[in-house]
Ligand binder design. Structure first.
Ligand code: MSP
Length: 529
């Protein structure tokens, strides 16, 4: 176990001009699963999320509502924070870009870049996506037929006297870095998109605006406001105090840099894969290890959008919590989401099928059958039996339980570490499937009718109970509450001092340990739509 090795993971910081919905919940839940898994492995984890509060969109929304941008930001940031609480998230900090600790450090970073000449004053004419507050290169604008890739609205030709970041100067260094780090952007398909665009040539990017005031003023030229994207990207560094290495914050947190994962949605990959690394190079800060860009949840084959009103919003999500429970929601997010390059359709029917197949019929059924039989035949105590060299099934060549679970446990942990959360879940669940197979093959409930068979029944049920326990340990990062319930019923809560692999080692459940009946997931009615 790699005790105390720092591990930093971040979500995007979310715009406060929107209400929390499935997209925000998704990214943040994935990060939470990873953070919990790494903590369970003994890593020194720092998990960051927060809100992005400056910019034209917030200024406009606040104006429409007749309140100050700060009041709007306070209200919606609080809403995000509250909502994140509902998802059982274990973030170590929640950063807001309007906080003094962030603003002062962004200014420090920008001052350094002005001094080094990486930021300079110049004039820019270019194609601008107003919805995204983003300039688009001429080539890209042409490809897009001069329309926004996101909203479809026409791009506008804009001229600005602005401060620029000398992105073009980092072309060669970025290309060399990308070549040396083929897993810097994942999935691989997304990296190829980025590399293709980089090869077209990098242009300097404006880092200030003069068309709004709601933002961080440029040091010595406050009529120029730092562009919201530049302000926002720095959150990953300001949360750790990196602008001033001698600050108390840096002393406490700088060890977490560089991040293991910046987890984001595909639409903001360019900022994270190209502009952010170049800014870091200019500030002489080490590169993040990986930018993981997942795809999008869609609804009945269509993009979720405000205008279509088909977002899976908070009230909808809460109806899933009420019917299936938070852990079932987390299971669905971790195993069925758009983690690859394909978008994933959110469907109530599919949710129900996955819940029933994986959680009711597999996980809960095994936990429940095993605990019931132990109650019936062994007075609710872990039977005494030697399972050390017992094979997982009657099939020839079947591995022995201890080797099978040890292998599955280290594979599960590796999948978590590699951000392959569905694979981690499936590997852990395969232990439960083996328990199921063992029960079906050996039918302990039939054997138990003859008292002479009790030693064999004891061995089978001891193996089943141990299998359920090991699986519950490994699934804890995804379903913390339900797994804790199973582990408590099986008399073996995870001790704080255990690492995941130690806790998952075969033989942890000692003979005589009381085992209570438990059924962590119940069958529920299928949805009508
Ligand atoms: N504020 C910027 C990010 C700055 S990071 C330095 C921003 N905010 S956002 O509120 O629009 O959030 C975007 C993120 O929300 C996406 O990158 C993704 O993580 C998540 N999602 C939003 N809609 C989504 C789906 N439909 N599906 C999955 N996740 C998506 O962009």
């Amino acid at each position: 176990m790699s005790r105390s090795l720092p591990a930093y993971i971040t979500t995007p910081i979310y715009y406060v001009n929107d209400r929390p919905h499935i997209g925000h919940a998704y990214t943040t839940t994935l990060c939470d699963v990873w953070a919990r898994a790494m903590r369970l492995d003994g890593r020194d984890v720092f998990f960051l999320t927060g809100t992005d509060e400056h910019g034209l969109k917030v200024e406009k929304s606040a104006k429409e509502r007749g309140i100050t941008p700060q009041a709007l930001a306070d209200e919606n940031s609080a809403e995000f924070r509250k909502v994140m609480g509902l998802f059982g998230l274990t973030n170590d900090d929640f950063i807001r870009t309007t906080e003094p600790r962030h603003e002062s450090q962004v200014k420090q970073f920008v001052e350094k870049l002005l001094a080094s000449g990486d930021i300079y004053l110049g004039e820019f004419v270019g194609w601008y996506d107003e919805g995204q507050e983003e300039y688009i290169t001429d080539t890209r604008a042409k490809e897009l037929d001069y329309k926004s890739a996101i909203s479809g609205k026409p791009l506008v030709r804009a001229t600005e006297k602005n401060y620029y970041f000398r992105l073009s100067a980092y072309q060669a260094r970025l290309e060399a870095f990308f070549a040396a780090n083929p897993r810097f952007v994942r999935p691989a398909g997304r990296f190829n998109e980025v590399l293709g665009r980089v090869r077209e040539g990098l242009q300097d990017v404006p880092v200030t605006r003069t068309n709004f005031t709601w933002g961080i003023g440029m040091p010595n030229a406050p009529e120029h406001v730092i562009y919201v994207w530049i302000d926002a990207l720095f959150n990953y560094a300001t949360a750790l105090g990196l602008a001033d290495g001698s600050s108390a914050l840096a002393k406490d947190r700088a060890r977490f840099w560089p991040p293991e994962y910046h987890v984001i949605g595909k639409e903001i990959l360019w900022f994270h894969a190209v502009i952010w690394p170049a800014l870091l190079m200019a500030c002489d800060i080490a590169m993040p290890k990986c930018v993981y860009a997942h795809s999008f949840w869609i609804s009945n084959g269509q993009k979720m959008s405000k205008s279509l009103g088909n977002f899976i919003d908070l009230p909808t999500i809460e109806s899933y919590f009420a019917k299936y429970g938070l852990d079932a929601w987390r299971w669905y997010m971790a195993t069925q989401g758009p983690i690859g390059t394909q978008d994933a359709d959110f469907s109530p029917k599919h949710f129900h099928e996955v819940y029933t197949a994986n959680l009711v019929n597999t996980f809960a059924n095994c936990a429940s059958r095993t605990s019931s039989m132990i109650e019936k035949y062994f007075a609710g105590a872990m039977p005494t039996a030697d399972t050390s060299s017992m094979p997982t099934s009657n099939a020839s060549g079947a591995p022995i339980w201890s080797a099978f679970t040890a292998h599955s446990a280290s594979k599960t942990l590796q999948h978590y570490a590699d951000f392959e959360l569905a694979e981690a879940a499936d590997t852990a669940l395969s232990i439960v499937r083996s328990v199921d197979l063992l029960i079906n093959e050996t039918a302990p409930f039939k054997l138990a009718k003859d008292p002479a068979n009790l030693p064999r029944v004891a061995q089978i049920l001891a193996a089943c109970a141990e299998g359920v326990r090991v699986a519950a340990v490994l699934l804890t990062p995804i379903m913390p509450t339900k797994c804790a319930e199973v582990l408590a019923a099986y008399g073996s809560p995870i001790e704080a001092s255990d690492g995941m692999l130690a806790a998952a080692r075969w033989g942890g459940l000692k003979a005589g340990t009381p085992i209570a009946k438990c059924a962590p997931f119940m069958r529920v009615d299928a949805p009508t739509t």
